[in-house]
Design a protein around this ligand. Structure first.
Ligand code: XMP
Length: 509
């Protein structure tokens, strides 16, 4: 296994992901991990992540320096490289010019990290500090225009440093650098698969839960279904699932879910109809965060009431994924980066005095899908596009009424029918209709109309942390537009959202 030391970079889970993509098991560990624990874990290599601090700052993160005496390879990335340089007797300086964004990496020594790469290629940088004097035994292996020391190596000790971020997709050859570190430097074996993850997770759940009961909210989406299946495999009938119909679901969703969940997953599932309660609470609410809070709180209330009926439950299962966690809390615990309050993270456990079981919390969506297939879950369910907890409420700009919900449902059904028929459903991360709060003038059958407007939102993404607007064929867009304006009462205009994330988010609210 490989240990990734977390110096606070928002990308440290991406590092872990790049390692696992190569079939190598890795774990992200905090800086206060003891050297004894590291020894016990017996890693074949250590990666020191980047981080927001500067090495000479008071309280900058640090780890026991004897990791450099373990006799195993170490790769330091950005702050991790500064830490390595500083710890081994070199020095760091504030760079004259902060380097952020793309840069051209000029390679001086190819082996081992830059093997089979061009002499020059694009990389992605984000740093203020850089290495000044290198410790004994190190050489510079690559530079950029601004940063002389962009990569370093001590070949004897197998210590390597990268100022660039190989873990982000913007760095050409980044994954290949990590691959070379894993296989050529550390001699890793490719033996970590979703099967081994799933076996490990099931054993851990069994161990943690014993013969106690777990309750869990199901949304019908892939995350909660996979998490529930995993927990079900571990504890069987001691898992009690609850599905809350909040009235904000898509057309036929409840029926489809009922069928697919009960047919494919042989579990205890209770369906609760709370439609009226949600619609009443949302009457005349237009502010996005207020909507989210109301839905989140009400969900907790309904769920809490149902859960109380299950005697002796001590655990709450959740299908939380890694992107949910970093977007809901700041990666560094600060207040600034809260983007949206996701209704499925936090809240429930404190109130209900339950311990959390979140078996997917270190996985990204594509990994969860692989895991779901491994667990034998039906492909239709696995390939469902994500649907947000607050449902159609955050796709209706402005007032949520039964009538507006029905308009959106019809438009959304048409959109999805056409996307599926054209073979795009699985290629897109999400595709859906949004009902706008404006009306515009149109003409139909020689008559003036003054109707509502639908926006088409379709994006591609790997993990929802970033997304591109999908370049759908014009004839498909034309067909969707035609059908929506002809078949849905009160819609006389259809527009296309061509915003990526960032700066937009995928959902409109
Ligand atoms: P945004 O709009 O933040 O969405 O770019 C990223 C991904 O998360 C989904 N999403 C949610 N999922 N509860 C959820 O379970 C929520 O409150 C929520 N809000 C957004 C969204 O559909 C997209 O896939």
């Amino acid at each position: 296994m490989i240990i990734v030391i977390d110096f606070g970079s928002q990308f440290n889970q991406l590092i872990a992901r790049r390692v696992r993509e190569n079939g190598v098991y890795c774990q992200v560990e905090p800086t206060d991990i003891s050297i004894e624990k590291i020894r016990k874990m017996n890693p074949v290599g250590i990666i020191l992540s980047g981080g927001p601090s500067s090495i000479y700052e008071k309280d900058s993160p640090s780890i026991d320096k004897s990791i450099f005496d373990l006799g195993i390879p170490v790769l330091g990335i950005c702050y991790g490289m500064h830490f390595m340089v500083h710890a081994l007797g070199g020095s760091i300086k504030r760079a004259e010019k902060r380097e952020y964004g793309f840069a051209q990496l000029i390679v001086k020594e190819k082996k081992p990290l830059f093997t089979d790469m061009d002499n020059q290629f694009q990389c992605w940088m984000s740093h203020g500090d850089s290495a000044k004097e290198l410790p004994k035994g190190f050489v510079v292996t690559a530079s950029t225009e601004n940063t002389k020391v962009a990569a370093i190596a001590n070949h004897d000790k197998k210590f390597y440093g990268l100022q660039l971020h190989p873990e982000v997709e913007h760095s050409v050859n980044g994954s290949l650098m990590i691959k070379h570190f894993l296989f050529d430097v550390c001699g890793c074996e490719k033996n970590w698969t979703m099967k081994s993850f799933s076996d490990g997770a099931i054993a851990q759940i069994k161990d943690a839960v014993g013969d106690k009961k777990v309750i869990m909210g199901l949304s019908g989406g892939v995350d909660s279904s996979v998490a529930a299946t995993l927990i079900h495999k571990a504890i069987g009938k001691n898992l009690y699932c609850i599905f809350v119909d909040n009235g904000l679901l898509r057309q036929n969703e409840r029926k489809n879910l009922e069928e697919s969940l009960t047919t494919h997953l042989d579990m205890n599932i209770k369906f609760v109809d709370a439609k009226q309660m949600f619609l009443t609470a949302l009457k005349d609410v237009t502010d996005p965060e207020t909507k989210r809070k109301i839905i989140g709180n009400l969900f907790i209330e309904v769920f809490d009431a149902e859960a109380k009926k299950i005697d002796g439950a001590q655990f709450l299962g959740q299908g939380t994924l890694y992107p949910d966690i970093i977007e809901s809390k700041s990666a560094f615990g600060g207040p600034t980066s809260i983007i949206k309050s996701h209704h499925n993270v936090g809240g429930l456990p404190e109130r209900m005095n339950l311990k959390l079981i979140e078996p997917l919390q270190l996985l990204f969506k594509d990994e969860v899908r692989k895991l779901g297939l491994e667990l034998g879950i039906n492909e239709d369910l696995i390939w469902r596009q994500p649907f947000p907890g607050p449902g159609l409420a955050i796709r209706i700009m402005g007032n949520i009424t039964e009538e507006r919900l029905n308009i959106l449902r019809r438009a959304d059904t048409i959109l999805l029918e056409e996307i599926r028929a054209a073979g795009f459903y699985r290629k897109l991360w999400q595709s859906f209709a949004v009902l706008l709060p404006i009306k515009s003038v149109g003409v139909m059958g020689d008559k003036r109309t003054f109707g509502n407007c639908i926006a088409i939102r379709a994006v591609t993404s790997n993990d929802a942390m970033t997304a591109d607007w999908a370049k759908l064929p014009h004839d498909l867009l034309g067909k969707i537009s035609n059908r929506i304006s002809n078949e849905v009462d009160n819609i006389n205009r259809v527009v296309l959202d061509i915003t990526s994330k960032p700066p937009g988010t995928i959902e409109w609210e």
